[in-house]
Design a protein around this ligand. Structure first.
Ligand code: ZN
Length: 195
C-alpha cells in the first residue's frame, strides 16, 4: 500500500512532507514552476506556474510563513521572485546550458551579532525580505551540504526538482517507477523502431 502511494505524483509540492525544513522551502519554491506534463495512473499532469501574478506570490509567501498578513507583493517583487526561481532552477539542472555560470541576485544583507548568535538583517521592505529569506535558505542548504541532493528530473516532460534521499545520493529520476520507466519504455520503442 505504501509503495502505491509513493509513485503517485504530488499534486502540489507541499504534499511532499518528508524533507528537511530548509530543503522543503527551496523544493516548494522552485517547483511552483511545475513543468510536469505526463500521465500517471490515469491522471494527466499539466504544466502550471503557481507564481503567475503578484497576488499568487503574496499568497505563497504568506502560506509559507515568510510574509505577514496585510503585507503586499507587487509586480516588482514578482519579477524578482521569478528571477530568483529561474536562477535556482537553472543551477539545479545540469541539462541547462543556456544560462550564465553564476547569477547575482542583488539582495542586501547586514549581519547582527548578539548573545543569541548571528542573524541576517534583511531589507526593510517585507516582500523583498521574504525573497531574501528564500535566497538565504539556499545559502544555508549549500553550507550544510544538502544542496547537491536537490536535483532536476531529466525526463523532458517532468523537470520536477526532487530531493534525492537515496543513501549514495545517485538517484536520477524524481520517481524511478514513473519517469524512469517512461524513459525505459521510450528507449525500448526507439530500439524496436530502429531495428
Ligand atoms: Zn520526473
Amino acid at each position: 500500500m505504501h509503495e502505491e502511494v509513493a509513485v503517485i505524483p504530488p499534486a502540489i509540492p507541499e504534499e511532499v512532507t518528508d524533507l528537511p525544513p530548509d530543503v522543503a522551502l527551496i523544493f516548494q519554491f522552485v517547483n511552483t514552476d511545475d513543468r510536469r506534463a505526463f500521465t500517471a495512473h490515469g491522471t494527466r499532469l499539466r504544466p502550471r506556474d503557481r507564481l503567475a501574478t503578484a497576488e499568487e506570490l503574496e499568497r505563497w509567501l504568506l502560506d509559507h510563513g515568510l510574509l505577514a498578513l496585510g503585507r503586499h507583493a507587487d509586480d516588482a517583487h514578482l519579477h524578482r521572485a521569478r528571477d530568483l526561481r529561474q536562477a535556482l532552477r537553472a543551477a539545479l539542472d545540469p541539462a541547462h546550458h543556456d544560462v550564465p555560470e553564476a547569477a547575482r541576485l542583488g539582495f542586501d544583507f547586514d549581519v547582527q551579532v548578539t548573545r543569541d548568535g548571528a542573524g541576517l538583517v534583511l531589507d526593510a521592505d517585507p516582500a523583498t525580505s521574504a525573497l531574501a529569506q528564500i535566497a538565504a535558505t539556499a545559502v544555508t542548504i549549500t553550507a550544510n551540504g544538502t544542496w547537491p541532493r536537490l536535483k532536476t528530473c531529466p525526463a523532458p516532460d517532468c523537470q520536477w526538482v526532487f530531493y534525492d534521499q537515496s543513501k549514495p545520493g545517485r538517484g536520477r529520476w524524481c520517481s524511478p517507477q514513473l519517469c524512469g520507466n517512461r524513459a525505459k519504455t521510450r528507449g525500448y520503442r526507439r530500439r524496436i523502431h530502429d531495428s
